[in-house]
Design a protein around this ligand. Structure first.
Ligand code: DGL
Length: 270
């Protein structure tokens, strides 16, 4: 049984890459809704609808467990999906909780009362929809007290990455980091709260400087998935066959994916 990995486009490949390095025998089916990316400028109802269509495609491919490797879908749609949409036997996990558990020094699934943590000032870089959902702050408040979060909506970055325009993406990242630093001059940690952004992690790190700890979401999601599969072995399949599906132009998407992952990736249209 393959595990499904969903994103609006290419960003979830940063999660898929880490998952496949840590779990080389786990079969994975990637779904990129490239025809409808970016999600980050859409309304929550629209994001919910598109995400549920993608989930149904992954269920048709035999995935019982799907990782929403998209912060925007996790922020805008995951809660309603878990409450209203999942049929018996299907599971859908987002990418926020592992990140926040790590930031707040918790083990997976520790639901004890919020407590003081060592990191007090956090910069959040995310899409406009993720920032306006305040889902990150809400999840954080369940686990930690006294953490100041300054969020920067990074308009345009996902579009530029999807189009392969890295000069534009880099200059947008530099200006979004500068805008954040004007609001919070010395963050202790920075969260790249969009799975596309690790593609530009070196630019974020360079612009933020060495004193800011940049939190890697892909590694945390991969570790929490391993933990989940250890606890739910019925969701773990065998075989190493992975498949890449896109609603966009498979040739264009395959070329970009091959460029990002530095290995040959072939997308099929779905
Ligand atoms: N990778 C998605 C995320 O993590 C990008 C969202 C978008 O399509 O704008 O938020």
């Amino acid at each position: 049984m393959p595990v499904g990995i969903f994103d609006s486009g290419l960003g979830g490949l940063t999660v898929l890459d880490t998952v496949s390095q840590k779990m080389p025998t786990q079969s994975l089916i990637y779904f990129g809704d490239n025809a409808n990316a970016p999600y980050g400028v859409r309304e929550p109802a629209d994001i919910y609808k598109l995400t549920t269509i993608g989930l149904e495609k992954l269920w048709d491919e035999g995935c019982d467990l799907v990782i929403l490797a998209c912060n925007t879908a996790s922020a805008a749609a995951l809660r309603s999906i878990q409450e209203n949409f999942l049929p018996e036997g299907k599971r859908c996990l987002g990418v926020f909780v592992p990140l926040i558990e790590a930031l707040t020094e918790r083990h997976w699934g520790d639901n004890s009362a919020p407590k003081e943590v060592s990191i007090k000032k956090v910069a959040l870089f995310a899409t406009p929809a993720t920032v306006s959902s305040r889902a990150f702050q809400r999840e954080l408040a369940f686990r930690a007290i006294g953490v100041d979060v300054e969020a920067q909506a990074c308009g345009g970055v996902v579009d530029a990455i999807e189009e392969g325009d890295f000069l534009l993406a880099e200059s947008l990242v530099r200006s979004h980091v500068a805008a954040l630093i004007r609001k919070m001059p010395s963050p202790e940690a920075a969260v790249l709260g969009c799975t596309h952004y690790p593609i530009l992690e070196t630019i974020f790190k360079e612009t933020l400087g060495p004193s800011v700890k940049v939190v890697s979401q892909a590694a945390l999601v991969a570790e929490s998935l391993m933990d989940y599969l250890d606890r739910h072995p019925n969701m773990r399949g065998t075989g190493i066959v992975s498949k890449f599906l896109t609603t966009g132009d498979p040739r264009k998407v395959s070329d970009r994916a091959t460029q990002f992952l530095k290995r040959k990736i072939d997308f099929e249209h779905c």
